[in-house]
Design a protein around this ligand. Structure first.
Ligand code: MN
Ligand code: MN
Length: 473
């Protein structure tokens, strides 16, 4: 018969053997608490400046140049460089002391977010009002886009190659736009009695942009004509110019503190700027690291990473070849570099929502306030379309995060049969890179008003910063 241990011994045993979730606020001292709050201010400023992928690339390049990064494509010399491709995807590189064939430390995140894109002939008038036709981009719940202030961001390319940049609806003096919703009094059959997936149609996500006429009642399409005259006077554009435009409808207004205690951030686009910003801020701070460090900011993740600015494109291979060329090594070493590399796919996880516990498996769900998530695999069903990070790699990440005081949690998105999702991780994994998904838990994900904890946002930053420079192969 074995001896029954004393109570404090049992407590010690429990501490040694069991996983205890760690609330970030319990783990940090006063100084780190201040750092968490200060970080959130810088993060919110980035959210407001970089609402679209093009704006994100501009802002990332601006900050990189200010921190002494040189243009790799223009062959400007320097150990800190950036590569901007088509103004929609950008990479930042800091050359390390070790050879490239020892591998690169990469953090990759995406700068596109769900939104409404304009169609190519968007402008029309109906019932003496002027609207824009849209086609939604990424996974949205359509009803979330009705009856709320919206802004228009983007570019119009004229046939002569000149470009007009638009950003309307963010300045408090700007007008805003909206998608109309039906009054409840008349919505019974059209909306209330239908399934949500049928009650809101993509073709009805039309944006109201004006209601003033030009000329008199005999003038044809005089409300649309007024708007076109306004667009010509203001921007020098005509209707055909909208064919070669990328105008994005996004929620209007800045990122906000949420809650009386200001512990949370609520904003559009935290998927995935909550991972973009910490990757940016941490790589800008790195100086002469051991391994070469790279932050990749990809476009088109929300539509499956297709296209020449996505994570499926050959961009990464091109950058590695350029770096090899600079180092006087053959471009064929590219594969060896990538196979020796380690990466974090910076992306958010769905936080446990107390109103919908039925979709989560609470033992493995991401919990708000419990730190940056390590998501071993994504995908759906029997792990289909998943990147499944290697256990050896997770062991190393646990070690470096624990040593650096990064508060982290392992997290799995939803119940096994509930649904699922993917990230860019698998598109980098095919190169042989060790890669795992990691980022903060987010509530109301993919909505116009996503919610994250300042504590988790900061721990994501701390995790990325630690990862770039931690010792190890
Ligand atoms: Mn994402
Ligand atoms: Mn997403």
């Amino acid at each position: 018969m074995t001896e029954v241990p004393e109570k404090d011994e049992l407590e010690q045993l429990r501490e040694r053997l069991m996983v205890t979730p760690k609330l970030v606020w319990d783990q940090v001292d006063a100084a780190e608490r201040e750092a968490i709050l200060a970080y959130a201010e810088r993060y919110k400023a980035f959210l407001d400046t970089a609402k679209t992928e093009r704006e994100a690339v501009q802002e990332i390049e601006r900050q990189a140049r200010a921190a002494g990064f040189a243009d790799l494509r223009a062959n400007e010399p320097g150990d800190r460089c950036f590569y901007n491709y088509k103004g929609k995807v950008i990479a930042l590189v800091v050359r390390g002391r070790r050879p490239l064939t020892d591998g690169i430390r990469m953090v990759a995140a995406h700068i596109d977010s769900p939104r409404l894109d304009l169609k190519q002939y968007p402008l029309y008038e109906d019932t003496d009002m002027v609207f824009l036709k849209t086609h939604y981009y990424g996974g949205i719940k359509k009803y979330q886009w009705l009856a709320r202030p919206l802004a228009i961001h983007g570019v119009v390319l004229k046939a002569d190659g000149s470009r007009v940049e638009l950003r309307v609806g963010e300045d408090p003096r700007d007008p805003v736009f909206t998608v109309l919703d039906l009054l409840p009094h008349l919505a019974r059959k059209t909306q209330m009695e239908k399934k949500v997936s049928e009650a809101f149609e993509g073709e009805k996500l039309n944006v109201l942009v004006g209601a003033l006429p030009l000329g008199n009642k005999d003038t044809k399409e005089r409300f649309k004509l007024y708007l076109l005259k306004f667009l010509e006077d203001t921007y020098g554009i005509r209707e055909e110019d909208l064919v070669s435009a990328e105008l994005e409808i996004v929620p209007a207004g800045p990122a906000r503190d949420l809650g009386w205690d200001r512990s949370l951030v609520a904003a559009y686009g935290q998927d995935d700027r909550s991972c973009v910003y910490p990757a940016l801020e941490s790589i800008l701070q790195i100086d002469q690291p051991e391994h070469t460090c790279m932050a990749l900011f990809y476009d088109k993740e929300e539509v499956g990473s297709d296209g020449n600015t996505s994570a499926k494109s050959c961009l990464l291979e091109e950058i590695v070849e350029l770096l090899l060329e600079r180092a006087g090594e053959p471009p064929q070493a590219r594969r060896r570099v990538l196979m020796a590399s380690r990466a974090i796919s910076g992306d958010v996880n769905g936080a446990l929502d107390p109103d919908y516990p039925e979709v989560h498996e609470k033992r493995n769900a991401a919990k708000l306030g419990y730190g940056v998530c390590l998501t071993k695999f994504t995908g759906h069903g029997g792990k289909y379309t998943a990147n499944d990070a290697n256990a050896e790699y997770l062991a190393w990440l646990r070690k470096i995060f624990n040593e650096a005081g990064v508060v982290w949690q392992a997290a799995h998105l939803g119940k096994v049969d509930e649904g699922g999702g993917g990230t860019i991780a698998k598109y980098l994994a095919v190169h042989g890179i060790e890669i795992i998904d990691s980022g903060p838990p987010v509530l109301s994900m993919h909505s116009p008003f996503e919610v994250a904890s300042k504590a988790d946002l900061y721990m994501t930053f701390k995790a990325f910063r630690t990862f770039f420079t931690a010792p190890g192969q």
